[in-house]
Ligand binder design. Structure first.
Ligand code: HEC
Length: 157
């Protein structure tokens, strides 16, 4: 019976297969070069300020002045109420004499004005009173006459 591989025992076949084995040396050098390129310092991703977050629900769930400020007001009025100027102007709430009359910040929160959205629509009267009292007693403001939920109810548009 004839072999299925008539040339299997021929010398030139073995020689061929030896010739197709590539030398490993250049490959190894290339791999080393690639690795050292990877090890080169990678520019750190731009440090991201923690992005402001609005509560996902249609009603804000935060209860404390601190949490309400951080999650509702800070996106625009910035940390510590310093305000910002850029694509728009966000007045500073820090050291702001406009907060002396308690009805004014209540109005701003429940009714909004120009670039200031009426975020108080998504808050209970208690929450609005809490956040207004918070900004009026923080960030260098020291207005002791607290507003009540009743004051807020009366100011709603
Ligand atoms: C989407 C951005 C935005 C958010 C959120 C926001 N504000 Fe404002 N706020 C503004 C802008 C813009 C103004 C200026 C409005 C104007 O031109 O009358 C303003 C004005 C005010 C003023 C009046 C300041 C002054 O000196 O006249 C008060 C008080 C105020 N905001 C309080 C708050 C409080 C408290 C919160 C959170 C419950 C809040 N804001 C959330 C944008 C915002």
């Amino acid at each position: 019976m004839r072999s299925l591989f008539p040339h299997a025992d021929r010398n030139d076949f073995r020689k061929d297969s030896a010739m197709t084995t590539p030398s490993l040396r250049p490959v190894a050098l290339f791999a080393l070069a690639a690795l050292s390129a990877l090890a080169a310092p990678i520019a750190p991703a731009a440090a991201q300020d923690s992005a402001p977050v609005l509560s996902p629900a249609s009603k804000f769930s935060e209860e404390s002045g601190e949490a309400l400020y951080a999650n509702v007001c800070q996106a625009c009025h910035m940390k510590n109420g310093v305000g910002a100027t850029g694509a728009g102007t966000y007045p500073a709430l820090a050291n702001n004499p406009n907060l002396a009359a308690s009805g004014y910040p209540v109005m701003m929160v429940v009714a909004g004005h120009r670039g200031m959205p009426p975020v108080g629509k998504m808050m209970s009267d208690d929450q609005v009173a809490t956040i207004v009292n918070y900004v009026r007693t923080h960030f260098g403001n020291n207005y002791a006459d607290a507003v009540t939920a009743k004051d807020v109810a009366g100011a709603r548009p």
